[in-house]
Design a protein around this ligand. Structure first.
Ligand code: NAD
Length: 513
């Protein structure tokens, strides 16, 4: 299926060459700006060009954000929520166009492209309600005629560094919450998917203009890691929220930590599903296959390992091999297609290297991989989802390869399966397929999964915005999106008020003059 991208680009305000930065009002490019071509992994065609932000662009943008914060933090939170409500409405109006561009620029299926925009709408709705619920606690003072409570204040500038695989949703998880909290945002999207970011910025600019929102409340800087490094090292950034690889997270964490700044890290996963002897094998199959091949294995929550009970191992393996034989690989804009392309040639190279490493360590491929060629595969980014019988301790199994490679392992006792599931450096998403209540509860208990997300009878892939999202260990420990994740975007202040005519000290300490 061919997509007529030009009218979509036009409606989303994307030009042939796009400026490097936006303050939420104006687009700018200052200094010497490198030009970067953006190609679609779907058909290999160039979509447009962007200018990369210079240090001048960076500095001007941060100064605008600083000025904007002085005003924005004084707007009542429900009034800030009203702006986010209108942003949600504008996203509803643009859902089809933006969803198609996400699909075309990133390569995920059209359904997932629309789903990503829906996730943005959902978080806006969530943030609107939240704008009236930024609750602090009150506590009883130990001193007479004293009152004690805590309240939450805005932090300042939130720097958002995002990954290619969720090119717009991750920005909105951060920005919608940060904005109702009274923060201002500076977004550096992935250099692999800058056009969807330009489209979002155009949408937000219209909403801001209609509401006289101060210039600088939501800014965009297009660029590669050098902009991310400037942000991480900049003490003007109150919080850096970074989504991407563990390698990137370690660099950001070191830079932000060195200046004792705050960071929220959402990094790589290495997610497993335990298939118990008491699993419903039919629903398990759908969960496992969608988790492993959906988004061509390029989700942080993609299923990378299946830990299968020995009594159902052969049966489940055969079902998987049969299901993989039916997968349709091709243009993700065609609704009948299951698997689209990888993001670029570098990703294809790392997929091929991982297959070789797995073989060298003794892995037995029951579904072979490979790169697809010929009509429809001209971009060179289409690969075959593959399955290998492997061991958890293989170096390659311990590593997150961002591609559709699935490793199978066998277990006999649940404790052993949980130890394997936890026996990797990452700790994002996990699942058990079982109809046995004891097994399910054991998996969810303190001695069970060590991940930020633990599911029962649902695969590892995907999450709802209402829960706090994130993972442990090398996944970075951050939490975004629902529940009380908003607290990361604010600073807590404890207030004690004395309304007596004495000055009693805490802990009964005496100090008389
Ligand atoms: P990446 O680490 O290559 O890049 C992510 C972002 O970080 C980009 O914007 C990039 O320019 C920037 N960056 C890279 N090095 C940097 C540095 N040293 N300092 C500052 N910024 C830097 O990741 P990617 O290939 O775009 O995305 C895939 C990775 O993201 C996978 O590991 C995936 O698991 C992870 N991811 C995690 C989550 C989560 O919520 N846990 C969500 C999506 C993706």
């Amino acid at each position: 299926m061919q997509i007529d991208i030009d009218p979509i680009l036009q409606r989303l305000g994307i030009k042939a060459i796009n400026e490097a930065s936006s303050t939420g009002k104006n687009w700018n490019s200052a200094g010497t700006n490198a030009i970067h071509k953006v190609f679609s992994p779907v058909d290999g065609k160039q979509i447009a060009e962007v200018k990369f932000a210079s240090e001048d662009d960076y500095d001007t943008t941060i100064k605008k954000a600083q000025e904007a914060f002085k005003v924005w933090r004084t707007w009542p939170s429900p009034k800030r929520g009203e702006i986010v409500r209108q942003l949600g409405e504008a996203l509803r109006d643009n859902k089809e166009d933006l969803g198609k561009l996400v699909s075309y620029e990133m390569g995920k299926s059209l359904q997932e492209g629309y789903g990503e925009v829906q996730e943005m709408i959902d978080i806006c709705d969530f943030a609107v309600g939240l704008s009236r619920q930024l609750y602090g606690l009150t506590m009883h003072s130990e001193r007479p005629l004293h009152r004690m409570y805590e309240q939450w204040h805005p932090l300042g500038i939130v720097g958002i560094i995002s990954a290619f695989n969720f090119p717009v949703a991750v920005w909105s998880w951060n920005a919608a919450l940060a904005m109702v909290c009274g923060d201002v945002c500076v977004w550096k999207p992935s250099e692999k998917t800058p056009l969807t970011a330009v489209a979002c910025q155009n949408i937000i600019q219209k909403v801001f203009e209609a509401n006289d929102v101060p210039e600088g409340v939501s800014c965009l800087l297009i660029g590669d890691r050098t902009i991310g490094e400037l942000m991480s090292n900049d003490p003007r950034m109150a919080l850096i929220s970074a989504t991407g690889s563990t390698r990137m997270g370690k660099a950001v964490s070191a830079a932000v930590g060195a200046r004792l700044g705050k960071s929220l890290l959402e990094l790589g996963g290495n997610n497993a599903i335990i298939i118990s002897k008491d699993a419903d094998l039919e629903t398990s199959l759908i969960g496992a296959v969608f988790g492993a091949v959906g988004t061509a294995g390029q989700r942080c929550t993609s299923t990378r390992r299946l830990i299968i009970h020995e009594s159902v191992y052969e049966e489940f393996k055969n079902k998987l091999v049969k299901a993989y034989g039916q997968l349709k690989i091709g243009n993700p804009l065609d609704e009948k297609i299951h698997v689209g392309p990888l993001i670029d040639q570098d990703a294809v190279k790392s997929y091929l290297e991982s297959i070789e490493k797995c073989k060298a360590e003794g892995g037995n491929f029951v579904v072979e991989g490979g790169v697809l060629e010929g009509e429809g595969y001209e971009s060179g980014c289409y690969v075959k989802p593959c399955i290998a019988e492997a061991k958890n301790e293989y170096q390659i199994v311990q590593h997150e390869t961002f591609a559709p490679i699935l490793y199978l392992m066998k277990y006999s006792a649940l404790e052993e399966a949980i130890a394997m599931q936890n026996g990797v450096p990452q700790g994002l998403s996990s699942a058990i397929m079982t109809l046995n209540l004891r097994e399910a509860e054991q998996f969810l208990s303190a001695t069970g999964s060590d991940c930020g997300i633990a599911n029962v009878n649902i695969g590892t892939s995907g999450a709802e915005i209402g829960g706090a999202f994130g993972g442990e260990k090398e996944t970075g420990g951050g939490r975004e999106s629902g529940s009380d994740a908003w607290k990361v975007y604010m600073r807590r202040q404890t207030n004690t008020i004395n309304y007596s005519d004495k000055l009693p000290l805490a802990q009964g300490i005496k100090f008389d003059l």
